[in-house]
Design a protein around this ligand. Structure first.
Ligand code: HSE
Length: 455
């Protein structure tokens, strides 16, 4: 077979494209990420144009604070107070939504799609909750909705999952995908402090929001895990089925005991393929201290992906911040610029799998999840107590991996018993805990945390 050389006209066509009018972008919201996007696009415009084959220009910016927006963009873009003026402008090719939340952002994204605009968004909450509706609307209109910045900020994890790992049957993903909570956990471990103390300090330093609920309750991480789960397993986004626990109840004592047993506690977003369904959960998790992800400190993010062909891969970087997130937004702008003239059927599907090939594999209820556990029981220091506890675990077919006994620091006749188990079905563990809790020699609420070996 003879391969034909590339058509002579293709070079000429490339040159024509490079001379073409820049693609026109309208920005909705110019806060931290918006200003980063504007600045990086201006700073790196020549390099970006060489990659995209055409210039990318933010022509319009909508923000309620028009004075602040004008101070950022100067004469280089038209500033308006009403986002709908951007959507209504026929010259705008791509709308970048950086408003956040599920409210007006949803309406504006759907209106932009209806107006035939491609959309780039960093809004994980919107996509985790309304993604199915938004992607369906985009398919009907033949436009792209790109969202690299929605998960793990500057880390190109969406690109990796949707394209780089496309040969693989993904087995599981585990990620530190919320910088605020990772910062708090790192501080708790380093300084031996309790959650409340560190949260106040994090707020004072600007690492945590004034209202940190979405971060510390695990909701932000669950939004991101939901999106990754859909892309990894070819299922619709199902945030309502995610099991979500934050770090607010975590105690310094458990971080200390975990350390003594060779583990670190991280808030992980986990999604896993199982024979009977898919696990989707966010919770504080013991991870062996020797794993790379256990050593991700401060506000950094990291995601581990296990694929059947590639094995384990790890992605690390800044999960938030002005220019790291702008890096992801602009990568999407370049993708849209390269692909907007392509037949919609030949673009990468929103959720990596062809829409008609999405599966209805169920998300498993938390009681059906399989994991190992860390238990801390404060017990009366007397004969036979340990035998009763291990007896209950044996009755529920829960095998013990390690056991530690330590002074509880709360009087001579009380002691802390710390148990690590092997894998068990969560429902079994809940029943065993209820039975152990009812023992008169168990003196305080039992602490239970999940453990993942990530092997
Ligand atoms: N608030 C998030 C974090 C960043 O702390 O990682 C945006 O999702």
């Amino acid at each position: 077979m003879t391969l034909r050389p590339p058509a002579a006209t293709s070079l000429a066509a490339d040159r024509r494209d490079a001379d073409a009018k820049p693609i026109q972008v309208g920005l909705l919201g110019i806060g931290t990420v918006g200003s980063g996007t504007f600045n990086v696009l201006v700073r790196n415009q020549a390099e970006i144009r060489r990659r995209a084959g055409r210039g990318i220009e933010i022509a319009m910016v909508a923000d309620l604070d028009t004075a602040r927006a004008e101070a950022i963009v100067g004469e280089r873009a038209r500033v308006v107070g009403d986002a709908r003026k951007v959507i209504a402008n026929p010259d705008i090719d791509i709308v970048v939504e950086l408003i956040g939340g599920y409210g007006i952002a949803r309406t504006l994204v759907l209106e932009a799609i209806a107006a035939g605009k491609h959309v780039v968004t960093a809004n994980k909450a919107l996509l985790a909750v309304h993604g199915n509706e938004i992607f369906a609307a985009a398919r009907d209109k033949g436009v792209m909705v790109a969202f690299e910045a929605a998960v793990a900020g500057g880390i190109p994890i969406i690109k990796a999952l949707r394209e780089g790992l496309t040969a693989n049957r993904i087995e599981w993903i585990a990620g530190i995908i919320n910088g605020t909570t990772n910062f708090i956990l790192s501080e708790m471990r380093d300084k031996g402090l309790d959650f409340d103390v560190v949260l106040k300090e994090a707020q004072r330093l600007g690492y945590a929001e004034a209202d940190p609920t979405f971060d510390i309750e695990g909701i932000d991480a669950a939004h991101k895990a939901t999106i990754m789960s859909a892309i990894a397993f070819g299922i619709p986004v199902q945030f309502d089925k995610a099991h979500v626990e934050g770090i607010t109840k975590l105690q310094a004592a458990d971080i200390r005991y975990a350390e003594q047993l060779g583990y670190r506690i991280k808030l992980l977003g986990i999604t896993k393929r199982r024979d009977n369904g898919i696990e989707l959960r966010v919770h504080p998790t013991l991870v062996p201290a020797r794993r790379l992800i256990a050593n991700v400190e401060g506000a950094m993010n990291a995601v581990v992906v296990q694929g059947d062909a590639v094995g384990t891969t790890l992605y690390y970087g800044k999960g938030a911040g002005s220019e790291p997130t702008a890096s992801a937004v602009i990568a999407d702008l370049v993708d849209v610029t390269r692909l907007h003239t392509a037949d919609p059927d030949h673009r990468v599907p929103h959720l990596a799998f062809q829409p008609e090939a999405l599966a209805d594999t169920p998300i498993l209820p938390i009681d059906d999840v399989v994991t190992s556990f860390y238990l801390r029981l404060q017990v009366a220091d007397q004969a036979g107590v340990l035998a009763k506890i291990t007896g209950i675990l044996a009755e529920h077919v829960i095998s013990i991996d390690a056991l530690l006994q330590r002074e509880s620091g709360e009087g001579e006749n009380k002691t802390d018993v710390i148990i690590l188990t092997h894998d068990t079905v969560e429902g079994q563990m809940r029943r065993a805990i209820a039975q152990m809790q009812a023992l008169p020699t168990v003196l305080a609420p039992i602490v239970s945390l999940r453990k993942e070996e990530l092997a």
